[in-house]
Write a protein that binds this ligand. Structure first.
Ligand SMILES: Cc1cc2nc3c(=O)[nH]c(=O)nc-3n(C[C@H](O)[C@H](O)[C@H](O)COP(=O)(O)O)c2cc1C
Ligand SMILES: O=C(O)C(=O)c1ccccc1
Length: 350
């Protein structure tokens, strides 16, 4: 069956997944105000196309932190892909490679980062890290990511503790089934002990400084929403900033990321690229984010929907739909290149 929109994938994922697993993927913190806001805020913005600009040949590729992507849509780091498909993160990585885009591998992946890299030789991988208070263990993870060929670290900073996800509490979903685990968190010489993901309220900017010393890889900070933190991130050597509210899964009532973007872009003043995730479901959403100053966006749940609906093929189709929509909307906006997108194309409210 052919599917023509990301929404169809969402419906199919819902029908296929175990309800508690669907809820884990779909849900957010508290009343899920932020989950809804991320999507609806895009709908409130209008696009004002330009005409007669002779834009026939399209350019959609971007280079970010030394990695090339054929389109400005990256795969956001999401945990537990093997809950959606037996191949899990391997399938996602192959689809990202086929789409020639960057996959940010979650530290909480259910396939080890080495195995993800081996499964998709052409893939551009970045590694998402929750800095563990055990810095020796953090360093081991960083070395593994480097050795596996990851080109950047994406450090998630919006999770001093896990968000209060009431769907999961109600469903009693608090651990993976017996046959799955967070493969990047195996410990010990034989790699047999699996540590839990530690979220640590004691983390501070000093830890970012330590990490900066630990590796030559570029570091992106994910989960920045306050303009003052965006400036601090640059001061502490971040190579990119990812405006993210964790898809509404951490602090509820954080505003939609697309509404936060302009202030962050202004605060950063072009010093480093600004990325955005949260609620991107259409090519027009991508264009709005780029017009307002994002260098690229990332998608979280849509990738899971593709994976749950049809494994690698499903993710390939989700990424392909987004690419086709980006190209089509660009053309209709009178832009030959994503680099021509500018704030004047966005009108608020719709
Ligand atoms: C099921 C799920 C698992 C996630 N796991 C992680 C994770 O392990 N690390 C992380 O930094 N962000 C994680 N996120 C947040 C995503 O990286 C991203 O910020 C969010 O999904 C973007 O919103 P979207 O789902 O509306 O595209 C997760 C999100 C979801 C939905
Ligand atoms: O579910 C999440 O959003 C997430 O970030 C996470 C964190 C630790 C383990 C698994 C998932």
């Amino acid at each position: 069956m052919d599917r023509w929109t990301l929404r169809e994938f969402e419906a199919e994922a819902r029908a296929r997944l175990e309800p508690a697993h669907y809820d884990y993927f779909a849900g957010g913190a508290g009343d899920e105000v932020t989950v809804r806001a991320n999507e609806t805020a895009f709908g409130r913005l209008g696009l004002l196309p330009r005409v007669l600009r002779g834009a026939a040949k399209l350019q959609t590729d971007v280079t970010l932190l030394g990695s090339r992507a054929a389109m400005p849509v990256l795969v956001a780091p999401t945990a537990f892909h093997r809950l959606a498909d037996p191949e899990g993160e391997r399938a996602t990585a192959r689809a990202a490679a086929a789409a020639e885009t960057i996959m940010i591998v979650s530290m909480a992946a259910t396939v080890a980062v080495e195995d993800v890299a081996a499964a998709a030789p052409g893939a551009e991988l970045w590694f998402q890290l929750y800095v563990q208070p055990d810095l020796a263990f953090t360093e081991k993870l960083v070395r593994r990511a480097e050795a596996a060929g990851c080109k950047a670290l994406v450090v998630t900073v919006d999770s001093p503790v896990l968000g209060m996800r009431e769907r999961d509490l109600r469903n009693g979903f608090n651990d993976l089934p017996e046959h799955l685990c967070c493969e990047n968190l195996r410990d010990g010489a034989r790699g047999d002990r699996v540590r839990p993901v530690v979220m640590a309220p004691e983390l501070s900017w000093e830890h970012i400084d330590l990490l900066r010393e630990m590796t030559a890889l570029p570091i992106a900070l994910k989960g920045v929403t306050h303009p003052a933190d965006a400036r601090l991130a640059v001061d502490h050597g971040a190579s990119a900033i990812m405006v993210s509210n964790h898809g509404g899964r951490q602090l509820d009532t954080v505003p939609a990321t697309i509404d936060l973007l302009p202030e962050i872009v202004e605060a950063v003043g072009g010093a480093v690229p600004v990325l955005l995730d949260g609620g991107v479901r259409r090519g027009t959403d991508v264009l709005k984010a780029l017009a307002l100053g994002a260098a690229a966006v990332a998608v979280g749940r849509p990738v899971i929907w593709g994976l749950a609906a049809d494994g690698e093929r499903g993710v390939t189709r989700v990424l392909g739909l987004l690419r086709a929509e980006v190209e089509h909307a660009l053309m209709l906006c009178g832009c030959a290149s994503i680099h021509e997108l500018e704030p004047g194309l966005v009108r608020r409210p719709c």
